[in-house]
Write a protein that binds this ligand. Structure first.
Ligand SMILES: *[C@@H]1O[C@H](CO)[C@@H](O)[C@H](O)[C@H]1NC(C)=O
Length: 419
């Protein structure tokens, strides 16, 4: 049967195309690149589940290994092409701040008598993945340090499954307090009036939460002067916002994956995922979620009509009995900074907010921006109509996206002019 190889090839090709292809809205540019990226992530997840099921390793460790392997491979491919990663002028040191590992980037210029800017960076990855040292985070922070003549401190906070909330938050807070101490700022020749905190995704969550604590703690003398939040996660009460629904199947952050990250972070049994996705955890019979708290995450009031579209709020009368009481982190502002009161938000620094249209977290960011504005804070919202979650980290060949490079440029420009 000479036809057999042909048949097998055709079947494999069709199978592969079926595996890789996902329908994409027209607004997504470079859709095939995004599909390939997503197929890579999905494969890493499947292999990790398989290894965990066979009892080899915790699945998060396998996902980390394969995404880092992918990263390394992409970097290897990219470095000969772009050659832009190596900035010999920037001094990089891996040290600790108050016992927390950090990577510090010092720009070549300044130091003697000339004060520089400072920035603390908190990377994303669902409180479970990512590292200061890997991939785009290292590239971006080096670039920022060099171009903006800024001392960057990137925090290697601990991750799930080793730790849960509030440990990652406390690691970041402790590192931030150390960084903002007059002695440390003086040691790095940083102007105390020009220190930023920034982060993306879960790192944006940590940045917003740490920023609230620093700005309201009267014992801390030096405050952050600006915060830059890149598609941050800021609430866990409503997983049916218009953006969660509109973008639930858009790579690379599916709605179910984001809910999963939250359950891991707050030590909630993963079997409850369907209940959380149905908003059963924030049903009206959860009496400790007061009307006041509900109003702070009410997208029907906080979002502009353009983003509300025709979506209807998902409000359950009777849900998962008592869950809001059993999971203390659910209503904790250190996990959900959107739940903070106006008096806390009013003390926030000037804010840069980056949101993407094709992102389940779009409305988290827009609602937080709106509540900061209502509290009197100046907020710049950079909304990317073609953006998808994670695009800010996809800037190096071959996984570079035009919208990612634009987003990075927008962030650097804003800091250049406002920090
Ligand atoms: C949500 O709670 C209701 C009970 O009020 C239940 O009937 C429903 O099955 C729950 N939804 C899910 C997805 O578990």
């Amino acid at each position: 049967m000479r036809r057999l190889p042909v048949v097998i090839t055709v079947l494999l090709t069709v199978g592969l195309a079926y595996y890789v292809y996902i329908p994409m809205p027209d607004g997504i540019q470079e859709p095939w690149k995004l599909m390939m990226l997503d197929a890579g992530f999905r494969t890493a997840m499947h292999l990790a589940s398989l290894k965990a099921w066979l009892g080899y390793d915790h699945y998060i460790n396998s996902v980390r290994q394969s995404t880092e392997g992918l990263d390394g491979m992409l970097e290897g491919l990219g470095s000969s092409e772009s050659g832009g990663e190596v900035l010999p002028g920037v001094k990089v040191s891996d040290i600790t701040f108050a016992g927390v590992p950090v990577r510090v980037y010092e720009p070549p210029a300044g130091g003697e008598g000339h004060l520089r800017r400072g920035l603390m960076y908190l990377h994303g990855g669902g409180w479970a993945l990512g590292s200061t040292k890997k991939g785009a985070y290292d590239t971006i922070n080096r670039m920022l340090s060099d171009e903006l003549n800024t001392v960057v401190v990137s925090v290697e906070y601990r991750l799930y499954p080793e730790v849960h909330f509030p440990v990652p938050y406390l690691d970041c807070l402790n590192a931030a307090k150390h960084f903002l101490s007059p002695e440390v700022l003086a040691r790095y020749a940083i102007d105390p009036e020009r220190v930023a905190v920034a982060g993306d995704s879960a790192g944006g969550n940590l940045a917003a939460a740490v920023s609230q604590e620093i700005s309201t703690d009267d014992t801390i003398e030096v405050k952050f002067s600006v915060q830059a939040l890149i598609y941050p996660v800021v609430q866990a009460l409503d997983f049916n916002t218009p953006s969660y629904l509109q973008n639930q199947y858009i790579p690379i952050l599916y709605r179910s994956l984001m809910v999963h990250f939250w359950l891991q972070y707050l030590s909630i049994d993963p079997v409850l995922q369907p209940q959380f996705m149905a908003n059963n955890h924030s049903s009206l019979d959860q009496t400790n979620i007061t009307p006041e708290l509900r109003a702070r995450v009410d997208w029907t009031v906080l979002l502009p009509p353009k983003h509300k579209k025709n979506y209807k709020p998902v409000i359950v009368d009777k849900g998962l009995q008592g869950v809001a009481k059993e999971v203390p982190g659910l209503l904790d502002v250190r996990a959900s900074p959107l739940l903070a009161g106006p008096e806390v938000l009013a003390k926030s620094p000037r804010t840069y907010m980056l949101t993407c249209e094709y992102d389940v977290l779009r409305d988290d960011g827009l609602m937080y921006a709106r509540r900061l504005q209502d509290a009197g804070i100046t907020v710049t919202i950079d909304h990317y109509e073609h953006g998808f979650h994670g695009c800010f980290s996809f800037i190096t060949w071959p996984m570079d996206f035009e919208v990612g490079k634009q987003a990075l440029r927008g962030y650097l420009n804003w800091l250049q002019n406002n920090l």
